[in-house]
Design a protein around this ligand. Structure first.
Ligand code: SDX
Length: 430
């Protein structure tokens, strides 16, 4: 921390308001505005563009540099040398596991992959064409009804067990959404497989034959989970923290994160990118869509571009771009027309003065959809994959908040409605 101070002069208030300025290990200093309420003032920051809502040690993003660190480790190194479950351990515990710790953690997770058989009945209640994110919101929240043995959020052991259960069961539930939509039997997890391999087995396997998983595809799937694992105080993680601050159980909190992630401005962007590329349909129409994205009167935005924090390349999209070429090569789809449109769109956007001036670079969602489509994952499952990967970050932030002193989140407002007025009986109204 620091002994820096900020002074504020406000018309109509005597004297100067002095506020502490706090410094982290990286990133901007923050002004602690807690004393303003006592002066009859609130801060005003819709969308929390300039607001640090909490202190955290989990992930650091430098938007100008395009830097992303998980517990200090650059995302590029984790994507290159680590794997998703090891990154889950890192996010939750703060350190990389020893070989022994990693072996034990992987065994724990893989031994929690099954869900209660009654969950099948939940899926039977959904229409065949229910959006998988709608199903995930429901079944993840419902998990709380099966685990009365570990819902004491103040018990670190209960928090640890819930974290393991959520990370372990998300792929199983995600695959059940897909199987439900296809009218195919649910596949039980195979604990002899790796985490991502097991997910692909549950997605594309069937009871009549042994799953054949391409190791290139399994590795790509694992990196996709890893790249989506955490991203500081984004909208869905902030939602999980806010829900958790009321003391809600972890399954309810993760379900609230899934709901927030669904929006096209956030995790729903990967699905929106594919829909946009398909709507563009041909390289000759790219200019028309770039023109629309720049038109203030047109609500259309170039999906997969721009970011609240990154004003440089999203480092995840660079890693994703590398995997894209690999996977499409492995799937013999290197000439995928959508990939061609995406690469042309990226080139045009990065040279266009509107995008350059507004620092709108491709984000994590720009290439992920193309990879998932090449793997055979349907577009409406893309955000479910994002949610599966992000569960690690959500639960790590939830645990960090609950493990330390916290208050219920309760923002205030700038009220611009009616001042007090008296009730008018119906026969007296105009
Ligand atoms: C994710 O927060 C995270 O960390 C999120 C995430 C994570 O891992 O959790 O990284 C995942 O959500 C990535 C973002 C996915 N969303 C999209 O790809 C949807 C398209 N992008 C935009 O909707 C937008 O860029 C946001 C929502 C991502 C960011 O919006 P901001 O920070 O509120 O920025 P803004 O809307 O104020 O835009 C600044 C300017 C505006 O123009 P002006 O009003 O200044 O004239 O840039 C323009 C915007 O109109 N702009 C775009 C644009 N994005 C911003 N114009 C065209 N196309 C775009 N994609």
């Amino acid at each position: 921390m620091s002994d820096k101070k900020a002074q504020l002069k406000v018309d109509g208030i005597d004297g100067t308001i002095e506020m502490p300025v706090l410094s982290g290990t990286l990133g901007p200093d923050v002004v602690d505005v807690g004393s303003l309420t006592g002066k009859g003032l609130f801060t005003y920051d819709p969308g929390f563009v300039s607001t640090a809502a909490c202190e955290s040690k989990i992930t650091y993003i430098d938007g100008a540099k395009g830097q992303l660190l998980h517990r200090g480790y650059p995302i590029e190194q984790l994507a290159e040398q680590s794997d998703y479950l090891e990154t889950c351990y890192l996010l939750m515990n703060g350190e990389l596991p020893s070989a022994e710790e990693k072996k034990g953690y992987v065994e724990t997770i893989m031994n929690h992959t099954m869900v209660h058989e009654s969950i099948v009945n939940f899926f039977k209640g959904f229409r065949y064409d229910a959006h998988p994110m709608a199903m995930m919101c429901g079944v993840v929240g419902a998990l709380a009804s099966f685990y009365h043995d570990s819902l004491d959020i103040n018990d670190p052991e209960h928090r640890r067990i819930s974290a393991h259960r959520l990370i372990a069961k998300m792929p199983t539930l995600a695959a059940m959404c897909y199987k439900h939509s296809k009218g195919q039997p649910f596949m039980y997890p195979d604990n002899n497989l790796g985490y991502a391999e097991n997910f692909l087995h549950m997605m594309f396997g069937n009871p009549c034959e042994t799953s054949k998983i391409d190791p290139v595809v399994a590795k790509a799937m694992d990196i996709i989970f890893l790249l989506h694992a955490d991203h500081e105080q984004n909208a869905s993680t902030s939602t999980v923290r806010l829900a958790g601050s009321s003391g809600a159980n972890p399954f309810a909190c993760i379900s609230s994160g899934i709901a927030a992630l669904w929006g096209p401005a956030h995790g729903g962007a990967n699905e929106a990118v594919l829909n946009m590329l398909q709507e563009i349909g041909d390289e000759s129409r790219i200019d028309e869509f770039v023109k629309r994205a720049k038109d203030k009167n047109d609500p259309f935005r170039l999906m997969g571009f721009g970011h609240r924090v990154y004003k440089n390349f999203d480092p995840r999209s660079r890693v994703m771009q590398g995997i894209c070429d690999e996977v499409l090569g492995a799937m013999g789809a290197e000439n995928d027309p959508l990939l061609r449109i995406a690469k042309k769109l990226e080139k045009i956007a990065l040279e266009d003065e509107y995008f350059v001036e507004k620092k709108l670079y491709p984000n994590v969602d720009f290439y992920s959809g193309i990879i998932m489509k090449a793997i055979g994952i349907p577009t409406d499952m893309f955000t479910v994959i994002f949610a599966t990967g992000r569960t690690a970050g959500w639960i790590a932030h939830w645990n960090e908040m609950i493990s330390n002193p916290y208050k219920i989140g309760r923002p205030r407002q700038l009220y611009t409605g009616y001042t007090q007025r008296d009730y008018v009986p119906a026969d007296k109204r105009k």
